[in-house]
Design a protein around this ligand. Structure first.
Ligand code: GLU
Length: 452
């Protein structure tokens, strides 16, 4: 069977991590099996139709690299790929149901007769789920009477205003687009028996279903768009790498048999299969996501890292064309978890004026004999003629020696004086990058500040 999967978002205005994960699994499955990944826009609900809402979703998918083979902008022989443009197709399918007496009119709406027998979904993740739609729908809860009352179990597939409902168009499109596998959120599992009944009534073979577990917050609540890590465009802005976000999303509901956790995109394509999808709901863990990103950052080739980091340097007001950028990234790539953290870490080497952390200043200024320490440091550094790591280190060492102290005792004052804080990347390489004049000037000025 040739594999054809699809991602079928409604244009809701953002790409949620749950939706992106569904897209990823469908994309991976199609790529793994040499199949086709289709993007279909489920925009029949006029109130939700919104171009901008779709743009964010398409941008998010493009950023993640989940390129669709058929769909908006990509063409394909099953178009149009917007449900809002497929009305004639739905009318045609409705006609088929009418001819076979599967539907009838009810107060302007059109209802599909659901069969009065058990229907079993053979789900590849959740196992078998069996229901009788007729019995299930024959009662409904009446909130006013506070009791169950008789209901019409037949499914409305077209509203009195002529618009089609989700279940019908979803099935028609899966038939028309020759979808072989439907991988979607478990929240749709209860819809699937209705979909199977429709496939059968239309004389079409149903696709294989795999409902993936929900992605919840740590406390088990549903992830809303306000929760940290919920929206894909925030990952873009926060300096995540798309391959790391894909890697983390893959782990949210799937695992490799050998518990490997860091995967390249190609490895995911090679390893991903429906068998590895977990049954249990997953819990979103932002810390873990940061860790996965940091692991990917460490593995990037220097030129690729420079290219990815450049926009973040620019945004922070630092010149991404600075010849020291490569060295700066080399210093912080093991320390930063996101690209957006990198400019801040190396900023003292790139700017004239730095901000001094008051706590760091207080910590150093309160030390006994700090005036002499800073003076000796400035003098020693001023005498360095070849501004390289070795010479800087020996200058600090010698300066400490003249006061009968260990080099270690000089490092913190030197760090605070030149970088403004007590932590950050390795000090001596940072000093090389700052350049001699800037370093000496900062130590001099800091000495005055501490003395006053
Ligand atoms: N438009 C539906 C959703 O966003 C798609 C359901 C499906 O994948 O079948 O939930």
């Amino acid at each position: 069977m040739s594999v054809r999967t699809r991602f079928a978002p409604s244009p809701t205005g953002f790409l949620h991590i749950g939706g992106a994960r569904t897209a990823l699994y469908n994309w991976l499955y199609a790529r793994h099996h040499g199949g086709v990944f289709v993007l279909r826009v489920e925009d029949t609900d006029a109130a939700r139709h919104n171009e901008e809402g779709l743009a964010k979703i398409l941008d998010g998918l493009a950023w993640l690299g989940l390129q669709w083979d058929e769909g908006p902008g990509a063409g394909g022989d099953c178009g149009p790929y917007y449900q809002s443009q497929r009305r004639e197709i739905y009318d045609r399918y409705l006609e088929k149901l009418r001819e076979a007496d599967h539907v009838y009119e009810d107060d302007g709406a059109i209802r599909f007769r659901v069969p009065d027998r058990e229907i079993t979904v053979h789900d590849r993740v959740c196992g078998d789920v069996t229901v009788n739609l007729h019995q299930q729908g024959s009662k409904r809860w009446d909130a006013e009477q506070k009791r169950e009352v008789a209901a019409n179990p037949d499914l409305v597939i077209r509203r009195p205003d002529g618009s089609y409902i989700f279940h019908f168009v979803n099935v028609v499109d899966d038939i028309e687009m020759r979808i072989s596998h439907v991988i979607r959120g478990e929240d749709h599992l209860s819809n699937t028996p209705k979909h199977l009944a429709l496939f059968e009534a239309l004389g079409a073979e149903a696709p294989i279903y795999a409902h993936i577990p929900l992605n919840l917050n740590q406390d088990g609540s549903k992830m809303s768009k306000r929760d940290q890590g919920a929206l894909i465009h925030e990952y873009v802005e926060d300096g995540f790498l798309p391959e790391a976000v894909n890697n983390y999303m893959a782990l949210l509901g799937w695992s490799s048999k050998d518990d490997q956790e860091i995967f390249t995109g190609a490895e995911l394509v090679e390893r991903f299969d429906i068998d590895g999808i977990n049954r249990a709901n997953s819990k979103f863990d932002y810390e873990k996501c940061l860790w996965v990103n940091a692991e990917h950052l460490k593995r990037l080739a220097p030129d690729v890292l420079a290219k990815a980091a450049a926009p973040f340097f620019e945004k922070a007001g630092l010149d991404p064309g600075d010849p020291r950028l490569g060295a700066a990234l080399g210093l912080v790539r093991e320390r930063a978890q996101r690209l957006s953290e990198m400019p801040g870490l190396v900023k003292p080497a790139f700017v004239e004026e730095i901000d001094y952390d008051p706590d760091a200043v207080a910590k150093v200024a309160g030390r006994e004999g700090i005036g002499e320490v800073l003076q000796a440091l400035a003098e020693g550094l001023r005498r360095v003629d070849d501004w390289c790591e070795d010479q800087i280190k020996s200058a600090i060492h010698d300066a400490a020696d003249t006061l009968g102290q260990k080099m270690g005792a000089f490092m913190l004052p030197c760090r605070v004086a030149t970088m403004g804080s007590t932590s950050g990347p390795d000090l001596v390489p940072m000093m090389v990058m700052m350049g001699k004049d800037r370093v000496v000037k900062r130590v001099d000025e800091f000495a005055q500040r501490v003395a006053s």
